[in-house]
Write a protein that binds this ligand. Structure first.
Ligand code: PLP
Length: 382
């Protein structure tokens, strides 16, 4: 059954001596617990919106310090439904970053709103609040900061701008389960927040899943309706919705894994610290931890002008690496209109040419990490 994980596009185990990511290690370590949890769902006869989803919604929301959680089918759906719950749609502008991959843009467009792209702070790769001011207009309704690579955006400054202008803040927390800003967890820092449980995330299902969190009961109710055809009462749609639900089986899996999340994030931080110490003086720039923000290293991203060469040499040495992301969203063929915003995004363009993600996940061994450090150092020295 667990062999199905091999279809995950980002699992490269087997291809390299040191895999970029091998999800089967976590699944096999938890196999007995996962099998029991899945078995119980199979035997229960209830597969959609049952007690596992309700429990996981309550536990994950509480873990993040938020009142309400609504399980949905993916992180992309979480973002779309959060925006629609806020009554954001055609004619509205939503500001986000261009360096976080396609899903955030897909969700904004699916809501009917127009994405406006803002540049990043080159030290954290997250939304630059200074540049943000220049992108506001009378049509701006919401800001969607992405807590990229496992570190929160500057939520203090972003929150102040939102407050002054009467804007909603929709956090994209897909890469930041457990990250904190001034001691508060990602997901509790905006009007509404959106999580993904895609298998590679810090908390990942054995398939797709997502969640919307909010303290506002009205927004929570709207998302609950939108995830189920817009129904308020049974079989009566109040407004047109979607079918976007978290499955019972995935919720049962996530309940098992939630109990390990803090341990896993701690292990990620230990590995990241070892990388940063081992790579000091190697010529690659290691990730910066901004003051007051606890980074949970969804990805360990270094930066170097010689990125493509380093990546090739790592691969020759049997080490997997990836680029998150090679192509900022305004360079995707799907959205030619976004290219006109390129002039606003010089730091985004520069980073895209230089960032490289090294292997880092909780089940990675210390020996594997040493081997990566050794290879990066030998390439940079040459
Ligand atoms: C993974 C991810 C998403 C989307 O999540 P899915 O569950 O794959 O739809 C959204 N935003 C960011 C930044 C992500 O990394």
């Amino acid at each position: 059954m667990l062999g199905g994980l091999g279809t995950d596009a980002t699992v490269t185990a087997g291809e390299h001596r040191v895999a970029f990511l091998d999800l089967s290690r976590q699944s096999l370590a938890l196999r007995a617990e996962l099998d029991r949890a899945i078995d119980a769902v199979v035997a229960s006869g209830r597969y959609i919106l049952g007690e596992n989803v309700a429990r996981f919604e309550a536990e994950f929301a509480a873990w993040c310090g938020v009142a309400h959680g609504i399980g949905v089918a993916s992180g992309t759906d979480a973002l779309e439904l959060a925006l629609r719950a806020l009554r954001i749609g055609p004619g509205d502008e939503v500001i986000t970053v261009a360096n976080a991959g396609a899903p955030t843009i897909c969700a904004i467009l699916a809501s009917g709103a127009s994405p406006i792209l803002v540049d990043i702070d080159p030290s954290t790769y997250t939304m630059d609040p200074v540049r943000l001011e220049e992108r506001l207009s009378t049509r701006t309704r919401a800001l969607v900061p992405v807590h990229l690579y496992g570190q929160c955006a500057d939520m203090q400054s972003i929150g102040e701008i939102a407050h002054r202008r009467g804007l909603h803040v929709v956090e994209d927390c897909a890469q930041a389960h457990g990250a904190t800003f001034d001691g508060r967890r990602a997901g509790s820092l905006g009007t509404v927040s959106c999580f993904s449980f895609y298998p590679t995330k810090n908390l990942g299902a054995l398939g797709d899943g997502g969640m919307v969190l909010t303290d506002e009961p009205g927004i929570a109710q709207a998302v609950r309706e939108l995830r189920m055809y817009g129904e308020r009462e049974s079989r009566h749609s109040e407004r047109s919705g979607r079918n976007s639900r978290l499955d019972e089986i995935q919720a049962a899996v996530l309940l098992v894994k939630l109990r390990y999340l803090e341990r896993w994030n701690e292990r990620r931080r230990i590995l990241a610290a070892a990388y940063s110490a081992g790579l000091a003086g190697s010529g690659v720039r290691t990730p910066a931890e901004a003051k007051g923000r606890m980074h949970v290293y969804h990805l360990y991203v270094v930066r170097t002008a010689g990125r493509d060469e380093l990546r090739r040499r790592l691969s020759e040495a049997g080490i997997g690496s990836m680029v998150h992301y090679e192509r900022p969203v305004h360079h995707h063929a799907a959205w030619p209109d976004l290219l006109a915003q390129a002039a606003w995004l010089p730091e985004t363009e520069r980073a895209a040419a230089e960032v490289l993600s090294l292997p880092l996940y909780p089940d990675m061994t210390d020996d594997e990490l040493e081997s990566v450090i050794h290879t990066v150092r030998s390439v940079s020295r040459a």
